[in-house]
Design a protein around this ligand. Structure first.
Ligand code: NI
Ligand code: MN
Length: 229
């Protein structure tokens, strides 16, 4: 079983196979109920790209907890230059294993100042979680959906910098996850303020896909063959 906690925007904590992972821990986000200093345990931090709303507090968390910073090569190198001791330098297509948890870096269609934008597939305990990072809709999401049986797809829906509700509902059709979890909305004025339009479109386009909606700070237990109501 995986325990997923959302801190608003793209920031997740994933507890899986006895490891504590953070993805895109931007905790200065006013919607986050915790601050970086509250994070006392982390084994791994994955950052999808270097934009500040994703890199967030990653360096600080890694330095205080000793967590390994995992990212695309150039961004991981920047972490090392900023004093992070435990760094894994990967690139798109690369795998990284920590205990029973396996990460695979996949493409994202977006921009970055350092390195390249990415998404990540996280596997453990027979579960597969996809965090899409910031991305446009892209055709290879169909291949990701074919290659992986995704239990939970965390995808951006806010528009402006990423897919909007309509595009994201097509992504759900292509990724074929058991459950979708919308992220990257409600944080900045240019983003969709809530997930209602996306929820409506998913219910029309892919009614068999479970829909997970959390408030910042809330957690969800993801088990095999389980869908939220
Ligand atoms: Ni971005
Ligand atoms: Mn972003």
């Amino acid at each position: 079983m995986a325990n997923i906690t959302w801190y608003g925007h793209a920031a997740l904590k994933i507890e899986l196979a006895s490891k504590t992972l953070f993805v895109d821990p931007m905790l200065q986000n006013p919607n986050s109920p915790i601050k970086a200093a509250d994070v006392t345990k982390a084994d791994l931090v994955y950052v999808t790209h270097d934009h500040p709303d994703h890199l967030g507090d990653a360096f600080d968390i890694c330095k205080r907890t000793g967590a390994v910073f995992v990212a695309v090569y150039e961004l991981a190198e920047e972490a090392a230059q900023n004093g992070v001791k435990n760094v894994a330098r990967l690139n798109v297509g690369g795998n990284y294993s920590l205990g029973e948890v396996k990460l695979t870096i996949v493409q994202a269609v977006h921009s970055a100042k350092v390195g390249a934008p990415t998404g990540v597939i996280i596997q453990g305990e027979g579960l597969t979680i996809y965090h899409a990072g910031d991305t446009a809709l892209f055709g290879d999401m169909k291949l990701i959906g074919e290659r992986y049986k995704i239990d939970l797809a965390c995808i951006p829906i806010g528009g402006n910098y990423t897919m909007d509700a309509d595009q994201a509902s097509v992504a759900v059709e292509w990724l074929k996850p058991k459950t979708v979890f919308p992220i990257h909305y409600g944080t900045f004025p240019v983003l969709a303020k809530d997930a209602s339009e996306f929820k409506e479109k998913v219910s029309l386009r892919t009614p068999d896909v479970g829909f997970l909606e959390l408030k910042p700070g809330e957690s969800y237990s993801l088990a095999l063959k389980q869908k939220p109501i």
